[in-house]
Design a binder for this molecule. Structure first.
Ligand SMILES: NC(=O)c1ccc[n+]([C@@H]2O[C@H](COP(=O)([O-])OP(=O)(O)OC[C@H]3O[C@@H](n4cnc5c(N)ncnc54)[C@H](OP(=O)(O)O)[C@@H]3O)[C@@H](O)[C@H]2O)c1
Length: 337
C-alpha cells in the first residue's frame, strides 16, 4: 500500500458469507465499509449488527439499485446467489463501480465476456472472489515449483469435500442451470486449485462424472482436465464425504502437498514436499486471513491502477472448464475444448 487512501465499499446483499467478508472489509487497511443493501426488510441491519457491530455510520439500503446509485460508493462486493451474479456485476459496472464478485462470477462464458467488455468500457476493475488464492501458502507453493525442486509439473490432484449439514441444504435445492449444486458451490474451487500450476497452459479436454439428487443439483463429482503432453489435473469434490481441502502436485523429480487449501484465519497452513533424491520437509506457515488479504489486494489494485492477481480471463477459463465438465457428465463422454 502506498498511501493512506481508504476505498469506500458497499455490500450488495445480506448473505451468510458476510460473516467473513464484512469483518475483512472493516479490518482492511485500505478499505472502509460504508453501505449494505438487502431486499429483505431488516436483513441488512441484522447482518451489520451481527458481523460488524462496532461500525456506526454504515448506510442501509432496502434494494441494490439504490446502493449502486450512491456516488460515494467506489467498490461493490457482490455476495448474491450464484444465478444473480452476472446481472448485478454488469449493473454495478454501468454505475462506474469497481466490483469484487463472489465465485462463480457467472454461469455462462458469454456473461463473463460481457463483463470483460463492460469493465473496459467503464474503466473499472472487476475480480472473481477466489479468496483462497490470497493466502500466502499458495505463493510458497509457487516458489517451491519455480525453484525446480520437484522438477517439471506433470499432474495435480485437488479435493474439496465436506458432509453437508441440513442448514446448508439450500445450496443444492435448485437445478445446476440455476446455479445450484456442488459444481457451482465447491467444484469451482477444486477446478481453480487444480489449475494452479498450469495457470499459463490451455486445457485441451475434460472428462467428468457426477451424482445428482432430485432437485437436479449435483452432489459429488470427479473429473480430469487434460492440459496436453501428458499433463493432467484431477479434481474431486462432494457433499457426502469427510472434510478435505487439499491439493497434491507431482513433478518429474518429486511432489508437494498443500494440506489445507482453504485455511481459515485460525487454521495452521501446512505444506509438505519430497524429492526423488531423498529430501523432504513439512513447512508450517504463519496464520493468515485470506478474506482480508483479498479485500486489501483488490483495493490496492484500484488505488495503484494495477491488474488484480485474478484476471477476468482466469474467470472465463474457469467457467469454460466448469461448463465442459458439466457437459461431459451429461453426455457421458470426453469434451474437447
Ligand atoms: N468465498 C467463500 O468462502 C464463500 C463461502 C460461501 C459462499 N460463497 C459464495 O457467496 C455467495 C453467497 O453465498 P451464501 O451462502 O452466503 O448465500 P445466501 O446466504 O443464500 O445469500 C445470497 C443472497 O440471497 C438473499 N438471501 C439470504 N438469505 C436469504 C433468505 N433466508 N431468504 C431469501 N433470500 C435470502 C440475500 O440477498 P438479499 O439480502 O438482497 O435478500 C443474499 O445476498 C454465493 O455466490 C456463494 O457461492 C463464498
Amino acid at each position: 500500500m502506498t498511501n493512506n487512501t481508504k476505498l469506500r465499499w458497499g455490500i450488495l446483499g445480506a448473505a451468510r458469507i458476510n460473516q467473513q467478508l464484512m469483518p475483512a472489509i472493516v479490518e482492511a487497511e485500505n478499505s472502509e465499509l460504508v453501505a449494505i443493501a438487502s431486499r429483505r426488510p431488516g436483513a441488512a441491519t441484522e447482518t451489520l449488527a451481527k458481523y460488524a457491530p462496532q461500525q456506526k455510520d454504515v448506510k442501509i439500503y432496502d434494494n441494490p439499485e439504490s446502493l449502486l446509485a450512491d456516488d460515494a460508493i467506489q467498490v461493490v462486493y457482490i455476495p448474491l446467489a450464484n444465478n444473480e451474479h452476472a446481472q448485478w456485476v454488469l449493473r454495478a459496472i454501468e454505475q462506474g463501480k469497481h466490483v469484487l464478485c463472489e465465485k462463480p462470477m457467472a454461469l455462462t462464458v458469454a456473461d463473463i465476456e460481457a463483463i470483460e467488455k463492460a469493465a473496459k468500457k467503464y474503466n473499472v476493475t472487476v475480480m472473481e472472489g477466489f479468496m483462497y488464492r490470497f493466502h500466502p501458502q499458495h505463493a510458497r507453493v509457487k516458489e517451491i515449483i519455480d525453484s525446480g525442486l520437484i522438477g517439471e509439473v506433470r499432474s495435480v490432484r485437488s479435493c474439496f469435500s465436506y458432509l453437508m449439514q441440513p442448514a446448508r441444504q439450500y445450496r443444492i435445492a435448485d437445478s445446476i442451470e440455476n446455479g445450484s449444486g456442488a459444481m457451482w458451490d465447491i467444484g469451482c474451487y477444486a477446478i481453480h486449485a487444480a489449475r494452479l500450476p498450469f495457470y499459463d497452459e490451455t486445457p485441451v479436454a475434460i472428462s467428468a462424472m457426477a451424482k445428482h439428487i432430485e432437485s437436479g443439483a449435483d452432489i459429488s463429482c470427479n473429473g480430469i482436465i487434460d492440459f496436453g503432453d501428458g499433463k493432467y489435473a484431477h479434481f474431486d469434490f462432494g457433499f457426502e464425504h469427510a472434510r478435505r481441502a487439499e491439493y497434491e502436485i507431482i513433478g518429474t523429480k518429486g511432489g508437494l502437498k498443500c494440506h489445507n487449501v482453504w485455511a481459515k484465519q485460525a487454521e495452521t497452513p501446512v505444506i509438505s514436499w519430497w524429492t526423488e533424491a531423498g529430501q523432504q520437509d513439512e513447512e508450517i506457515l504463519p496464520l493468515a486471513n485470506h478474506f482480508r488479504l483479498e479485500v486489501e489486494h483488490f483495493s490496492d489494485c484500484i488505488i495503484n491502477d494495477t491488474q488484480p492477481a485474478l484476471s477476468l480471463e482466469d474467470a472465463r477459463i474457469n467457467c469454460k472448464i466448469i461448463l465442459a465438465a458439466l457437459e461431459s457428465v451429461k453426455k457421458g463422454q470426453q469434451i474437447k475444448l
